[in-house]
Write a protein that binds this ligand. Structure first.
Ligand code: FE2
Length: 169
Protein backbone atom coordinates (compact mmCIF):
# COMPACT_ATOMS: atom_id res chain seq x y z
CA UNK A 1 0.00 0.00 0.00
CA UNK A 2 1.60 3.24 -1.13
CA UNK A 3 1.07 6.47 0.78
CA UNK A 4 1.67 9.84 -0.80
CA UNK A 5 3.83 12.47 0.85
CA UNK A 6 0.79 14.38 2.08
CA UNK A 7 -0.46 11.31 3.97
CA UNK A 8 3.00 10.71 5.42
CA UNK A 9 3.03 14.34 6.55
CA UNK A 10 -0.43 14.11 8.16
CA UNK A 11 0.66 10.98 10.05
CA UNK A 12 3.82 12.74 11.22
CA UNK A 13 1.78 15.74 12.40
CA UNK A 14 -0.56 13.47 14.37
CA UNK A 15 2.31 11.52 15.92
CA UNK A 16 4.11 14.70 16.93
CA UNK A 17 0.88 16.07 18.38
CA UNK A 18 0.42 12.89 20.44
CA UNK A 19 4.02 13.28 21.60
CA UNK A 20 3.43 16.86 22.77
CA UNK A 21 0.29 15.80 24.62
CA UNK A 22 2.39 13.19 26.43
CA UNK A 23 5.05 15.83 27.08
CA UNK A 24 2.49 18.06 28.79
CA UNK A 25 1.22 15.21 30.98
CA UNK A 26 4.71 14.18 32.02
CA UNK A 27 5.93 17.70 32.79
CA UNK A 28 2.79 18.79 34.62
CA UNK A 29 2.95 15.74 36.87
CA UNK A 30 6.59 16.45 37.68
CA UNK A 31 6.06 20.15 38.35
CA UNK A 32 3.27 19.41 40.82
CA UNK A 33 5.54 17.09 42.78
CA UNK A 34 8.80 19.08 42.81
CA UNK A 35 9.62 20.88 46.04
CA UNK A 36 13.41 20.86 46.51
CA UNK A 37 14.64 21.51 43.00
CA UNK A 38 13.53 25.03 41.98
CA UNK A 39 15.79 25.27 38.91
CA UNK A 40 14.33 22.13 37.39
CA UNK A 41 10.87 23.31 38.35
CA UNK A 42 11.43 26.64 36.60
CA UNK A 43 12.81 24.98 33.45
CA UNK A 44 9.78 22.67 33.33
CA UNK A 45 7.32 25.52 33.85
CA UNK A 46 8.83 27.54 31.03
CA UNK A 47 8.86 24.53 28.73
CA UNK A 48 5.22 23.70 29.56
CA UNK A 49 4.32 27.18 28.26
CA UNK A 50 6.35 26.59 25.10
CA UNK A 51 4.79 23.17 24.63
CA UNK A 52 1.29 24.67 24.58
CA UNK A 53 2.44 26.82 21.66
CA UNK A 54 4.01 23.80 19.92
CA UNK A 55 0.80 21.90 20.28
CA UNK A 56 -1.17 24.81 18.74
CA UNK A 57 1.21 24.93 15.75
CA UNK A 58 0.59 21.25 15.07
CA UNK A 59 -3.18 21.64 15.41
CA UNK A 60 -3.19 24.59 13.01
CA UNK A 61 -1.15 22.65 10.44
CA UNK A 62 -3.59 19.72 10.67
CA UNK A 63 -6.59 22.04 10.36
CA UNK A 64 -5.10 23.73 7.28
CA UNK A 65 -5.01 20.27 5.67
CA UNK A 66 -8.62 19.59 6.66
CA UNK A 67 -7.56 17.10 9.31
CA UNK A 68 -7.51 17.02 13.09
CA UNK A 69 -5.41 15.45 15.85
CA UNK A 70 -5.94 11.77 16.44
CA UNK A 71 -8.35 11.11 19.29
CA UNK A 72 -6.67 7.77 19.90
CA UNK A 73 -4.07 8.10 22.61
CA UNK A 74 -1.13 6.82 20.68
CA UNK A 75 1.73 5.55 22.76
CA UNK A 76 4.48 6.46 20.34
CA UNK A 77 7.25 6.74 22.87
CA UNK A 78 8.26 3.08 22.98
CA UNK A 79 11.24 2.51 25.20
CA UNK A 80 11.48 6.18 26.18
CA UNK A 81 7.97 5.76 27.59
CA UNK A 82 9.22 2.91 29.74
CA UNK A 83 11.94 5.17 31.09
CA UNK A 84 9.40 7.88 31.82
CA UNK A 85 7.33 5.34 33.74
CA UNK A 86 10.30 4.83 36.05
CA UNK A 87 9.78 8.33 37.37
CA UNK A 88 6.25 7.48 38.46
CA UNK A 89 7.39 4.80 40.85
CA UNK A 90 8.02 6.40 44.22
CA UNK A 91 11.74 6.16 44.78
CA UNK A 92 14.23 7.97 46.97
CA UNK A 93 16.08 9.04 43.82
CA UNK A 94 12.97 10.04 41.86
CA UNK A 95 14.55 13.37 40.85
CA UNK A 96 17.55 11.63 39.27
CA UNK A 97 15.42 9.20 37.27
CA UNK A 98 13.19 12.05 36.08
CA UNK A 99 16.21 14.09 35.05
CA UNK A 100 17.59 11.24 32.92
CA UNK A 101 14.14 10.64 31.42
CA UNK A 102 13.63 14.35 30.65
CA UNK A 103 16.96 14.42 28.86
CA UNK A 104 15.96 11.39 26.78
CA UNK A 105 12.51 12.83 26.12
CA UNK A 106 13.74 16.19 24.82
CA UNK A 107 16.17 14.42 22.51
CA UNK A 108 13.34 12.15 21.31
CA UNK A 109 11.39 15.31 20.45
CA UNK A 110 14.39 16.80 18.60
CA UNK A 111 14.46 13.69 16.39
CA UNK A 112 10.70 13.89 15.84
CA UNK A 113 10.88 17.54 14.69
CA UNK A 114 13.91 16.96 12.43
CA UNK A 115 11.96 14.16 10.81
CA UNK A 116 8.74 16.22 10.60
CA UNK A 117 10.63 19.06 8.85
CA UNK A 118 12.09 16.65 6.30
CA UNK A 119 8.67 15.11 5.64
CA UNK A 120 7.04 18.55 5.41
CA UNK A 121 9.59 19.66 2.83
CA UNK A 122 9.03 16.49 0.79
CA UNK A 123 5.29 17.15 0.94
CA UNK A 124 5.74 20.75 -0.25
CA UNK A 125 4.34 22.16 3.01
CA UNK A 126 6.72 25.08 3.40
CA UNK A 127 4.11 27.27 5.11
CA UNK A 128 4.01 25.45 8.44
CA UNK A 129 7.69 24.70 8.63
CA UNK A 130 8.85 28.04 10.04
CA UNK A 131 6.81 27.35 13.16
CA UNK A 132 8.15 23.81 13.45
CA UNK A 133 11.71 25.11 13.13
CA UNK A 134 10.95 27.29 16.14
CA UNK A 135 9.55 24.25 18.00
CA UNK A 136 12.77 22.38 17.18
CA UNK A 137 14.86 25.25 18.59
CA UNK A 138 12.77 25.22 21.77
CA UNK A 139 13.34 21.47 22.18
CA UNK A 140 17.07 21.94 21.62
CA UNK A 141 17.18 24.70 24.23
CA UNK A 142 15.30 22.55 26.75
CA UNK A 143 17.57 19.56 26.04
CA UNK A 144 20.60 21.80 26.74
CA UNK A 145 19.00 23.16 29.93
CA UNK A 146 18.24 19.67 31.25
CA UNK A 147 21.80 18.63 30.42
CA UNK A 148 23.18 21.65 32.33
CA UNK A 149 21.03 20.81 35.33
CA UNK A 150 22.19 17.19 35.64
CA UNK A 151 25.29 18.12 37.66
CA UNK A 152 23.74 20.72 40.01
CA UNK A 153 20.65 18.57 40.54
CA UNK A 154 22.75 15.55 41.41
CA UNK A 155 24.88 17.61 43.84
CA UNK A 156 21.78 18.93 45.59
CA UNK A 157 20.39 15.40 45.76
CA UNK A 158 23.61 14.21 47.42
CA UNK A 159 23.69 17.12 49.90
CA UNK A 160 20.05 16.69 50.94
CA UNK A 161 20.37 12.91 51.22
CA UNK A 162 23.56 13.05 53.28
CA UNK A 163 21.93 15.65 55.58
CA UNK A 164 19.00 13.29 56.12
CA UNK A 165 16.59 15.68 54.43
CA UNK A 166 13.87 15.03 51.90
CA UNK A 167 15.70 14.64 48.59
CA UNK A 168 13.45 12.63 46.33
CA UNK A 169 11.68 15.43 44.45
FE1 FE2 B 1 9.99 19.46 24.62
Amino acid sequence: MALDTREIYVTALKNTHALEMQALQIMERQVERLTRYPEMEEALRRHIEETHGQRTRLEEALQSLGDSPSTIKEGILGFVGNMMALGHTPAQDEILKNTYANHAFENFEIAAYESLLTIGEAAGQGGSLTGFRQSLQEEEAMARRVRELIGPTTKRYIDLTVAGEKADR
